[in-house]
Ligand binder design. Structure first.
Ligand SMILES: *[C@@H]1O[C@H](CO)[C@@H](O)[C@H](O)[C@H]1NC(C)=O
Ligand SMILES: *[C@@H]1O[C@H](CO)[C@@H](O)[C@H](O)[C@H]1NC(C)=O
Ligand SMILES: *[C@@H]1O[C@H](CO)[C@@H](O)[C@H](O)[C@H]1NC(C)=O
Ligand SMILES: *[C@@H]1O[C@H](CO)[C@@H](O)[C@H](O)[C@H]1NC(C)=O
Ligand SMILES: *[C@@H]1O[C@H](CO)[C@@H](O)[C@H](O)[C@H]1NC(C)=O
Length: 440
């Protein structure tokens, strides 16, 4: 009896023990599968390691949004001291509820000027309602021709990336740029213009409309590896930008020592105006591959870095070089050969500008007569107003309360500019030398 009892007790004890062990094991496996991060690293599962992000492996480029849908564009519009008013005008001419906007006034602009712009962004009823315009509140000191121009662009891109939702392209403009096409227009085209542009129907598509059928992975960036005179005047001299460390603005200065042209990667140069895909901007910001960072540090001592940084990164990254379209989407009037500054555009440039089919032009003086002509003839925008489109109908809108007329923002109504733009983009993409012009 006594031994039997003991045996039973033993048996019971081992049952309890094994049950306990089983429960522990089950609990443990649940923990491991649901929340690996809460466990010490020793026990972390290695489930997600199938896409290692090492330099040696192929980059995994994130996918683009469906080209069926209407794209969204993220714009940065920046200016410096005295640009507040022109910046507002450019912003209104570019505005569309689907897009995202960041505006930046250089730290050199007075606090009052920046406050005024901040108040405008905050109090404009349309922006307040849709929340798609933001000011870079922590303003940067930007030195002309210095690397702080690139860091400023990357800063705004990062803000738009974090807060702007899912946009498809990033476009960097300055206050002295102006659009030549509407984002989406709903306006009747005069017959004379239709004939002049060789258009077919009464209403034609615009920027967003044209871009709806453009592959989302493409980067519009004008570039060349033929750096020519820039080798001696840009690549070899070493500059320092005081805005990287100083509170007050001062000009760049040169180091007496010169450096060699890089051999670890190839330098490219081109226009400082571009339209970059979300994927490429993501690559620049995250730098899963060290290339964007290394090249950024190299360009910290390079004169006019916005004309080289993006071009050098994109052409040295195998995953992106085939996404380049060699055009900057701008009409700019340069001297021949180009000098440091482009011409200010005047009314005499109108024809040539329209015929370029480009969606943007620069550079405009403030209150330039040409801007009014663009407003009335190309954009159908009235003074101080927005550019009418399907989302906002001029006929029954009220300038003091335009947002009350917002209609459907995914439905686009074709306007005249897109026929021109379509011609430009189709021409670029179907050109025989399209591939030979990529990073050559
Ligand atoms: C971006 O915009 C500024 C204008 O404020 C311009 O100077 C700069 O070169 C542009 N381009 C890039 C790539 O940052
Ligand atoms: C920067 O500029 C302000 C205003 O001009 C001046 O008061 C200040 O002393 C300057 N700071 C330095 C470090 O030079
Ligand atoms: C890019 O295009 C070239 C030539 O068309 C091709 O040989 C290469 O494999 C392409 N690279 C990628 C990453 O698709
Ligand atoms: C526009 O809106 C304002 C404010 O709501 C109103 O007072 C005014 O009468 C409106 N104008 C028109 C033409 O509807
Ligand atoms: C807006 O228009 C699109 C395309 O015509 C349609 O699919 C969508 O349902 C509309 N949305 C609203 C809110 O009317």
């Amino acid at each position: 009896m006594e031994t039997n009892k003991q045996q039973r007790k033993k048996w019971f004890l081992s049952l309890v023990l094994s049950l306990l062990l089983l429960t522990l094991l089950i609990l443990f496996s649940i923990f491991v599968s649901t929340d690996s991060s809460s466990l010490p690293s020793l026990y972390r599962t290695r489930g997600r390691v199938e896409e290692p992000r090492f330099v040696e492996s192929k980059l995994r480029v994130s996918s683009t949004s469906s080209s069926e849908s209407v794209p969204r564009i993220a714009y940065l519009i920046s200016g410096s001291v005295g640009d507040g008013e022109t910046l507002k005008r450019t912003l209104k001419a570019l505005y569309h509820p689907r897009n995202q906007y960041a505006v930046h006034l250089d730290l050199e602009a007075s606090t009052q000027e920046r406050l005024e712009l901040a108040n405008f962004v905050k109090n404009e009823p349309l922006f307040a309602k849709l929340g798609n315009v933001r000011m870079v509140v922590k303003a940067n000191l930007v030195t002309y021709r210095g690397p702080t121009m690139v860091t400023n662009t990357l800063h705004a891109a990062a803000i738009l990336f974090k807060e702007g939702g899912l946009w498809d392209w990033f476009i960097n403009l300055s206050a002295s740029d102006y659009p030549l096409v509407t984002q989406d227009a709903d306006r009747f085209v005069p017959l004379s213009l239709l004939v002049a542009w060789g258009g077919g129907g009464g209403r034609m598509p615009d920027l967003l409309h044209t871009l709806s059928s453009t592959p989302r992975h493409l980067n519009f960036i004008e570039h060349t590896s033929d750096i020519g005179w820039k080798e001696d005047q840009r690549a070899k001299p070493v500059i320092i930008d005081p805005a990287l460390y100083s509170v007050n603005k001062s000009d760049l200065f040169w180091v007496t020592e010169k450096r060699n042209v890089p051999t670890a990667y190839k330098l490219f140069t081109g226009s400082a105006w571009m339209m970059l895909s979300r994927q490429f901007v993501e690559y620049l910001l995250w730098g899963w591959d060290n290339l964007p960072r290394i090249v950024l540090m190299y360009y910290a001592n390079f004169l006019s870095s916005p004309e080289g940084y993006f071009h050098t990164v994109i052409c040295n990254a195998d995953e992106f070089r085939n996404t380049t379209v060699n055009h900057d989407l701008h009409f700019i009037s340069w001297d021949n050969p180009p000098k440091q500054h482009p011409h200010f555009l005047t009314i005499n440039n109108y024809e040539e500008m329209v015929e370029s089919n480009a969606p943007f032009a620069r550079k405009f003086g403030c209150n330039e007569q040409l801007l009014d002509k663009i407003d009335t003839e190309l954009l159908g925008r009235n003074e101080h107003g927005y550019v009418p489109g399907k989302w906002f109908d001029r006929t029954n809108s009220n300038t003091t309360k335009p947002y009350s007329a917002i209609k459907n923002i995914t439905e686009l109504k074709p306007g005249p500019g897109a026929e021109r733009l379509k011609r430009l983009i189709n021409g670029l993409l179907s050109a025989e030398d399209f591939h030979t012009k990529q990073c050559s």
